[in-house]
Structure formats: C-alpha cells, structure tokens
Design a protein around this ligand. Structure first.
Ligand SMILES: *Cc1c(COP(=O)(O)O)cnc(C)c1O
Length: 490
C-alpha cells in the first residue's frame, strides 16, 4: 500500500518513506491511498491471538513496503511483534476486564505504564525495517513532542537503538513528576530530553516547524515519534480488534454484533486508530471521544467549529491537555477530501479556527459521539469506580468512564472503555479522589499501594531514586536551533 498526504493526493510515498519521514513534505499527514481496499479477516477473530491480530494489521498497512523480497511477510511481522512485545510486555498487551456494565481494556502494561508503549515498543523495529527497505545508512532522528507519556515511551523504545536518535520536548510544569522523571532519567546514549517553556501545543508546533526547517547535512534524516507518524497509529488499531476478539471468545457478544468504544482523547490518535479499525471491517457502533476540561474536540463534534482561541488548562489528566489535535486532520481528509482539508488547516494556522459544513459534521457524527469531564468529575468518578466496584482507574480513564456514564442510555450494544494509563502514574490525583492528601508524587505511589493493595507497575518502582541525567530547558522558539545542534553531532 502507498500513502498519500491528507493535503494533496498527488504526494504519494511508499511505506518505508512514510515511516522514515513521519510527515508529508507539504505538512500533511500520511494515510493509505485506498483504505477501501483494505480488509481484516473479522470472521477469524474468535480464533486469533493478540499478536496475530497485530501482525495481520501491520501486514495490511506496511506489507508491500517493508520486508521487500520476503516470501512470507506476515511471518516476518509476526516474529517482529514477538520480539518487540516479548521484551516490552510481561503478558497480554491489552487485557480486557469487566467492571459493572462496561468493559475496560487496560493498555498500560508496557514499560512506561501508559498506552503509548503499545505503538512505541514496535515503532523502532518498523524504523529499522524501513531503513533496510530504503537501503539507507542515514541516521534517523526521531523528534517527539510530548504531553507526558509519549516522551517516556519513545525514550524507552528508541534508547540505544543503533542508527537512531530520539529527541523529546515536554512542557515544563505540564507533566506529572513521575512522567518527568521517567524522561529525564533516560540513560540511552542516543537520547536527548528538553523541557520547553510553554505548553504541549508550543512543543508540538515547535517540533512540526523543526521537521520542515532544520537544515540536514548528508547522512541524517528527521522523523517523528508522535502520532502524526503513521507508524504510531497502525499498531494501535490492533487492540480494537483484540477487544472484540476477547468478547467473542468469552461469549459476551455474537459475531457481527456492533460494539462501542469510549476513548480518552487528546491528539485524536488513539481514537483515530479506532476509525481505521472500523474502515477495515470491525463492527463498531460509536466511537465516543472523551475530552477533559480542554474540550476543543467535544465542542468541535458538537458544533462543527474547531477553535483554539480559548483558555488552556493544566488539568489532572495532563496527557490530554492539548488544543491542537493533529490527527483530526486525518478524519477531515476522509470526510471532506484533501483540498478542503488543506484549506481548513491553513485557516487553523492563520486564524486558529475553522468550520466544517453541516453535511460533513453529520457524516462524522454517524460514527463519532462526544462528551467531556471536568477535574472534579474526574475525581468523583475515580472514587465511585473504586468504592462501588473495587476497580482503581487513573484520571484519563476516569474521563472516559464519566462520559460513558453520561452516554450509556444512548449507546446500544456492549461498550469498551480504553484505559490509557496506570493509576500509579497519577498517584497524587488518584489519592486525592480517594480522600487522601499527598503532594509528593513519589510518596503518593507508596501511599496508594498501601491503601489499595493494587500492584505498582515494575516500570514505576523506585522511580524517585533514578538519577536526573537531562536538565536542559529551551524557549518555545528555540526548538529548531536545538535540533540543528543535535543533527550536526555524530
Ligand atoms: C496520550 C494519552 C491520551 C490521549 O491519546 P491521543 O492519542 O493523544 O488522543 C490519553 N491518555 C493518556 C494516559 C495518554 O498518555
């Protein structure tokens, strides 16, 4: 499958280039040229394992561009998945549990205890295969803007991977202390971490600018480890199929039944993977976009107006503190076409606003529903879920659970909540929800364990003892200069 730019269908590249470049030359995002021709064998879902599902999805998207000349590309992807996840995940990468009248798929059992690991444990392997396919010896420098979780996961995935560098920019004071320590303690010799004086949107805009601006000498290329990179989205498609497969295997649903997903959303990457799953044939009723207090997306889905001219809040679900949701561009492409997408993106850049027309909004709403939860509702939801059902969730997952509670009367069929982070990653807020105060985040981890008895993920144990190895701060307009420096050093 080839990939084209969401802003210009004439810009077409193969899988290797889409993965290595991360973003199209016109600033658009890559999508497969013909999603309509792609199919997942849904009828086999009751007999397929999670790893097989992931290998099937990867083959469908990248099979024509990677492992060139191989006789059995599926087997190549399958062993790649085994290698990547065998190290990264202790058991099931997306266990499905039932809590009350909903299902929850826990996506946080990877090394950094958030769902970003599902893709970022694989992305470095895909990058290596892309380099092989292109017969390229160039160093690949992966730029990463993070609201907290992508940074740690990217560093974990790319640390000391030969032929790559990974550069992370996170908003100073915009992440949790646990998230920050995960990043600044990275020991990889190819890792660079910076705090940005600004919020996530500043970091993301700076990185996108650097991707277009930085002068590259011979032997080096820039890419992205953010969900603008198609290699980030594709692995995430797998857990939508896997959740369905688990429900089938347990007899909770029948083949063909439509199910819903509620997704805590920031950059619209995770939920967009759900849209890809739908286009590949998964029976989905609604994809429900759950926003926190920064509810630019739920407002958009309500009104058709996307407007970032509004106050930005630092909330207790910080990984969703985002106003410019990059991956919405991919949905616009499918609904409005490339030309209008380019216009909307131009308007967003120049005026911070665009408005889609009524028909376009109606088409989006056939699939997407929306809702939001403010900070107090998040805390209340955590408390209720724990006290009534004995189930401990983090603040991001709580946003989705609250939106599910609000919406469940309108949803038909089973509903799966995507649980995106371990409660221990946001211990202070989770403790507060349970009526306990502990402002030292590291102490809060121990206290939460004492109170609930829930196991602390391995990746977070002893986190406060890890040495700070990166302590540099950059101004938001200084990102390009920093990247230029890193690109120059060999
Ligand atoms: C990144 C993140 C989200 C939002 O996912 P998007 O793909 O950006 O929409 C939600 N929850 C957690 C814990 C995250 O790290």
């Amino acid at each position: 499958m080839l990939f084209l730019s969401t802003r210009n269908e004439k810009i077409k590249v193969d899988a290797a280039k889409a993965l290595s470049d991360g973003i199209a030359e016109d600033g658009g995002l890559f999508v497969p040229v013909d999603i309509g021709s792609m199919k997942f064998p849904v009828e086999r879902l009751n007999k397929t394992s999670g790893e097989e599902i992931l290998a099937t999805v990867l083959t469908e998207f990248f099979g024509e561009g990677l492992f060139v000349g191989s006789k059995d590309v599926y087997s190549d992807f399958f062993s790649l998945v085994k290698r990547a996840y065998g190290k990264g995940f202790k058991g099931d990468y997306a266990p499905l549990i039932k809590s009350g009248d909903k299902y929850v798929v826990e996506l946080y059992h990877g090394p950094t205890a958030a769902f970003k690991d599902v893709a970022l444990q694989i992305l470095p392997h895909l990058a290596i295969e892309a380099k092989k396919a292109e017969k390229s010896k160039d160093a690949l420098v992966f730029l990463t803007a993070t609201s907290g979780d992508t940074g740690g996961a990217a560093l974990e995935g790319f640390s000391d991977v030969e032929g790559t560098k990974v550069v992370v920019f996170y908003p100073k004071n915009g992440t949790s202390k646990v998230q920050e320590r995960q990043m600044v303690s990275c020991t990889g010799k190819n890792a660079f971490v910076f705090a940005v004086e600004g919020n996530f949107d500043d970091a993301q805009s700076g990185v996108k600018k650097a991707l277009g601006e930085v002068e590259l000498g011979d032997g080096v290329r820039l890419s992205s480890a953010n969900s603008i990179n198609i290699g980030r989205l594709v692995p995430q498609i797998s857990y939508y199929f896997k959740a369905y497969s688990d429900l089938l295997k347990r007899g909770e649903i029948n083949a063909g039944d439509k199910i819903n997903f509620v997704v805590p959303t920031g950059n619209f990457g995770d939920i967009f993977a759900g849209y890809f799953a739908l286009r590949l044939g998964l029976p989905i009723g609604k994809l429900v976009c759950a926003s926190n207090k920064n509810k630019v997306l739920s407002d958009f889905l309500k009104t058709g107006v996307y407007d970032v001219n509004r106050e930005f809040f630092v909330t207790n679900a910080p990984s969703m503190d985002i106003l410019i949701s990059s991956n919405l561009e991919r949905l616009l492409y499918y609904v409005c076409g490339a030309e209008k997408t380019a216009e909307y993106m131009k308007s967003l850049k120049e005026k911070g606003r665009y408005e889609i027309d009524g028909e376009e909004l109606a088409e989006i709403r056939e699939i997407f529903d929306y809702g939001y939860a403010d900070e107090d509702e998040v805390l209340k939801t955590i408390k209720e879920e724990y006290e009534e059902r004995g189930y401990l969730i983090d603040t991001h997952t709580a946003v989705a659970v609250k939106v599910f509670e609000d919406k469940k009367k309108e949803l038909s069929g089973a509903t799966v909540i995507l649980s995106t982070a371990s409660p221990y990653k946001f211990s202070t807020s989770v403790l507060k929800a349970l009526g306990e105060e502990e402002n030292d985040e590291f102490k809060a981890v121990d206290k939460l364990e004492k109170i609930t008895g829930a196991p602390v993920p391995d990746g977070l144990k002893g986190i406060e003892k890890r040495k700070v190895l990166h302590d540099k701060t950059v101004k938001k307009d200084g990102i390009t200069a920093v990247v230029e420096e890193i690109v120059k050093t060999r």
